[in-house]
Design a protein around this ligand. Structure first.
Ligand code: ADP
Ligand code: ZN
Length: 622
């Protein structure tokens, strides 16, 4: 069998996605691989197809039990014998899996990294015909990465103890140059093929919103997307609790996940979400790594994450089935303070020296700045993200909040003159400079202690912007900073400095503008309402044409319940949509649907073909 036949036969896909082919070829030829591919790109197939073609056993090191179990279920559905070994199993389950592997009844064996060191597993591995080792979430080996796991450091020693060195494939969705080097070094990869596929996810729509009432926004958003499954990420457990309660009170089938819940409840809630019993998951960032649910239609961020790596990974859990999906970040300035607080007061990493720890925090603050930049930019959001991950981009994607939004240029020359001359006065009086708070208080004529103690009320610029609300003030300052009129100078207490361009405004009457959204707050709310009725209309129009899709989705749920697997393991939404559109009548037609492999066609084909035939027969002819 060749690799394309394997792709078609087992996974039901007609063509490879970018990056899959070279990775598979390299592994088949016995070469190590480091593949950096975004979430949803199809990394699993990169080692599962070689597993099928190489025969013997492919070991997959994977950090999360939930992920393993889903993958094993999915592989079995596809007709590939698989099993897993991890600490969450009882003795009997572990022995059964081992026996199955020894009998040759297991093509893919998932194993938790802690297992690798145990003598029992080493003895088992020595007796198995291991032909390939895949390391999933390989960035966990690096302390530079977000999810460092010490047990990953043992993988190299394990590889060395196998009877013979087999090709190793390392896979991750997030890796800067530094992390890539760490993976190669710490896993001991030998002359690996290093492949990074594009990070762009064209089916994802990105937006940043600044709603006054976030809770209300989330509630309306979810009600606007009936029947859709999504995740709402919050910064704290407390927010998860209160938001989840509110949503339920509004009749939304939501569940929750955070590290403060009992393991049992976490597992149950996760399962409810994965099996589509609850369509909304409200969670902290403890949720999601290894969640392999492909039909997530939206990911909302109630709070801003602390860096873009986290954001892109979390947002990237939307739309893995390739369907259109939305990623909306709800920004407020308070989030910046919260994130800063977490970074500055976070737990020390005991494995780092104080100096290293200091450096790590400084790096984290830098990353935070770029994250805030994403929230504030008026440029294309996709372009911003891709640039951050080192990819160039044309700069106008047409599918993000900023590309679609209306912006206007507002003349802020007068305001800029006031602010900059205020800053100039402060610089003269306080050569060391003062922070942004002092400047704003002075300009707004505040009577607070610090302002008065410093004598800022004696400056001629004191109170010249009395009537400007603080939020508006912030926007002016952001705009001036973005354009280089003001430079923030770092240090423990950041101060503001006049930029070189400021002179032009102060002395030569140069014009300053600011790009901002065309809609004011009130208009935005009206717009949301209008959008809502538009969505409702669209949804109504869709249901008319989509009832076959609905019917197939119901059938999928029934089958999922009966077979005890998550619904998307049977067929993705994309596959159902294609069935509804093409209405296959024969098994041959059915197998031409992307996502329908041989085993699934045999197992489910009859039921789906019957449903489609019945539906077509009942339809009035026109
Ligand atoms: P990753 O592990 O990279 O996040 P997955 O391996 O879970 O991504 O794959 C994501 C989705 O893409 C799955 O639903 C999978 O069936 C689908 N997929 C993988 N390869 C292909 C392909 N060549 N053509 C179409 N769909 C694919
Ligand atoms: Zn864009």
């Amino acid at each position: 069998m060749d690799k394309l036949t394997a792709l078609k036969t087992y996974f039901g896909h007609g063509a490879f996605r970018p990056g899959q082919e070279p990775v598979i070829d390299a592994l088949l030829a016995g070469r190590d691989v480091l593949a950096v591919m975004p979430t949803g790109a199809g990394k699993s197939a990169c080692y599962q197809i070689p597993a099928v073609l190489l025969g013997g056993v492919t070991l997959v090191v994977s950090p999360l039990i939930s992920l393993m179990q889903d993958q094993v279920a999915a592989l079995q559905e596809e007709g590939i014998p698989a099993a897993c070994l991890h600490s969450g199993q009882d003795e009997i389950a572990a022995r059964t899996a081992a026996a199955q592997a020894l009998r040759g009844g297991c093509r893919v064996l998932y194993v938790a990294p802690e297992r690798l060191e145990t003598n029992g597993f080493l003895a088992l591995a020595a007796r198995l015909d291991v032909r390939l080792v895949a390391v999933d979430e390989a960035h966990c080996v690096s302390q530079w990465g977000q999810d460092f796991r010490p047990s990953y450091l043992k993988i190299a020693a394990f590889l060395a103890r196998l009877p013979r060195r087999v090709p190793v494939g390392a896979f991750t969705a997030t890796a800067t140059e530094q992390v890539r080097q760490d993976i190669i070094r710490l896993l001991g990869l030998r002359d690996p093929l290093c492949l990074t596929t594009g990070f762009d996810r064209p089916n994802l729509y990105f937006a940043v919103e600044r709603p006054r009432d976030k809770e209300r926004y989330v509630e309306e958003y979810i009600l606007d997307h009936p029947g859709k499954s999504g995740i709402v990420y919050c910064a704290t457990r407390k927010t998860v609790e209160s938001l989840c309660r509110e949503l339920r009170a509004a009749g939304i089938p939501a569940t929750r996940y955070h590290a403060g819940l009992e393991a049992e409840e976490r597992a149950k809630n996760q399962e409810d979400f994965v099996y589509d019993r609850r369509r909304v998951m409200v969670a902290t960032n403890a949720f999601g790594m290894g969640i392999d649910k492909s039909n997530v239609s939206f990911v909302l961020h109630y709070n801003m994450p602390k860096n873009l790596e986290n954001y892109y990974q979390e947002a990237g859990r939307a739309g893995r089935d390739g369907e259109k999906a939305e990623c909306v970040l709800l920004f407020s300035l308070g989030d910046v303070q919260t994130a800063r607080y977490f970074i500055e007061n976070g737990r020390d990493n005991e494995e780092l020296t104080p100096a290293e720890d200091e450096a790590a925090r400084a790096r984290d603050l830098e990353r935070l700045d770029r994250m805030v930049g994403y929230c504030k930019t008026t440029r294309c959001l996709r372009g911003y993200l891709l640039n951050y991950f080192g990819e160039s981009h044309a700069g106008k994607c047409g599918n993000c909040g900023n590309c679609r939004g209306d912006f206007v240029e507002t003349d802020i020359t007068t305001e800029a003159q006031k602010i900059l001359s205020g800053l100039a006065r402060i610089e003269k009086r306080w050569p060391g400079g003062l922070g942004v708070v002092a400047l704003v208080q002075m300009l707004r004529g505040s009577r607070d202690q610090n302002t008065l103690r410093r004598g800022l009320d004696e400056l001629p610029t004191y109170g010249i912007m009395k009537s400007t609300p603080p939020g508006r003030m912030r926007q002016y300052l952001d705009a001036l900073e973005e354009q280089g009129y003001i430079l923030p100078a770092g240090g423990e207490f950041p101060v503001l400095r006049l930029g070189a361009k400021a002179g032009g405004v102060l002395f030569r009457g140069e014009k300053v503008t600011m790009t901002e959204r065309a809609a004011t707050r009130r208009e935005q709310q009206a717009g949301r309402r209008a959008a809502r009725s538009k969505t409702a209309a669209r949804a109504a129009a869709q249901t008319a044409g989509d009832s076959l899709f609905e019917r197939l989705r119901d059938l999928r749920s029934e089958l999922a319940q009966a077979h005890h697997v998550p619904a998307y393991v049977i067929f993705s939404n994309a596959a159902l949509a294609e069935m509804a559109e093409k209405r296959p009548r024969t098994t041959g037609d059915f197998m031409r649907i992307s996502g329908v492999g041989e085993v699934k066609a045999r197992r489910y084909g009859a039921a789906f073909l019957r449903a489609i035939a019945e539906y077509s027969a009942a339809e009035p002819a026109d």
